[in-house]
Design a protein around this ligand. Structure first.
Ligand code: COA
Ligand code: UVW
Length: 334
């Protein structure tokens, strides 16, 4: 069974409720109809039911729930909830009403916070910043976590590296210039995400343009320090750095460049040094190697809200909804 088939089978066992705010987007509605037809999750679509059904022409949305933020009888309770969470940041009942009825992303995140949905998926239309900002503000970090970060699951066809071609890449979507402590936290969260979703042992490489001192620069020092912090803080995780990408995943190159390393040549979790590297790197692998790219998914957040690239396909959205449902089940089991 391939990665996404396995995830769908796991999602079907719990039938979590995922809210989709981007209902003017046809790819999102196609994905919703497929999720419903396959019985992967329950779906809530935000907006006017008639308008959504018109946009969805050709796709069957029977079985979806429709919630119109303008007319729902939950609005007052969501206003109270949003004011309670954000009043120290200037949120008033008037502003909350205006935001919740006009901004479906904030409405969807508030539904998740209220427990009326288990997770949210958006980003086919909206930028990552606009999807993640309300999620961070309203849901906040999970207990025991310092930093929310993001990751992609990359499934590379005909690839013997990583876990049979499957990798976690992080952070490709959220933290723009993480410091060493933040990189170490991203490494730990990514190892947990790999274990939870792929089920094999994570082998984490802290990526750099240098392997074990082959280059000197402050950017290299940042990764060396991050590796030290991660090794000390999370001794149970197999982690090493600084390593170049080839030394991380190709056994012969790893053996030549970093012969002492337990990670070199075997890595299945790749932690990029900053968001430029991560975002560019995942897109190149997706487009040139024709990899499936699911994400950017959040990790370290209290409840799952996951983003998409605006370049996503309906297939990508189906995959991210299924993964979100599995993440929501994992939170229940904690
Ligand atoms: C997500 C992002 C918008 C947040 O930054 P921002 O808009 O400047 O917002 P702020 O820094 O004011 O943070 C907003 C809230 O989120 C919290 N937050 C921000 N980043 C966080 C993180 N990594 N982990 C946990 N909380 C975080 C802040 O503490 C703040 O909480 P508060 O309002 O309760 O005090 C920003 O990090 C970003 O733009 N990232 C890049 C996104 C992107 O374009 N990616 C490329 C395409 S995938
Ligand atoms: C993840 C990402 O890069 O998103 P977008 O392509 O929408 O900017």
């Amino acid at each position: 069974m391939g990665f996404i088939e396995d995830i769908k089978a796991r999602a079907k066992q719990n039938m979590k409720t995922i809210v989709l705010p981007e209902t003017a987007d046809k790819r999102t509605l196609e994905a919703a109809s497929r999720i419903l037809a396959e019985g992967v999750a329950k779906v809530v679509l935000l907006g006017n039911e008639e308008n959504i059904k018109r946009t969805a022409e050709g796709f069957d949305l029977s079985g979806a729930a429709f919630v119109d933020p303008e007319t729902t009888d939950k609005l007052d309770s969501y206003i109270n909830l949003l004011v309670e969470i954000r009043k120290s940041k200037g949120m008033t009942p008037e502003l909350a009403r205006e935001t919740l009825t006009k901004d479906y992303l904030t409405f969807g995140v508030t539904m998740v916070k209220a427990g009326d949905a288990d997770g949210m998926v958006a980003g086919a239309v909206n930028s990552t910043a606009n999807v993640l900002r309300p999620s961070l503000q309203i849901l906040k970090t999970a207990p025991g976590t310092k930093l929310v970060s993001s990751f992609f699951i990359m499934v590379v066809p005909n690839c013997e590296y990583g876990h049979n071609g499957t990798f976690v890449f992080s952070d490709c979507g959220l933290n723009q210039n993480p410091n060493s402590e933040e990189l170490a936290a991203i490494a730990e969260s990514s190892a947990k995400s790999f274990k939870a979703l792929i089920g094999a042992e994570p082998i984490v490489s802290m990526l750099s343009h240098s392997t074990k001192g082959s280059a000197k620069h402050a950017d290299v020092d940042k990764v060396v320090e991050a590796t030290k912090i991660a090794k000390e803080s999370y001794p149970d995780i197999k982690i090493d750095g600084e390593l170049q990408a080839d030394a991380s995943i190709i056994p012969s190159v790893g053996a030549a460049k970093a012969p002492e390393s337990q990670v070199a040549g075997k890595a299945n979790v790749l932690v990029f040094p900053d968001l430029d590297a991560g975002n560019i790197g995942y897109k190149l692998v997706q487009r040139l190697a024709k990899a499936e790219a699911y994400g950017p998914m959040t990790q370290g957040i209290a409840k799952p809200v996951n983003d998409l690239s605006r370049g996503c396909s309906a297939d990508d959205i189906v995959g991210v909804i299924a993964i979100t449902a599995v993440q929501a089940s994992a939170i229940d089991n904690k």
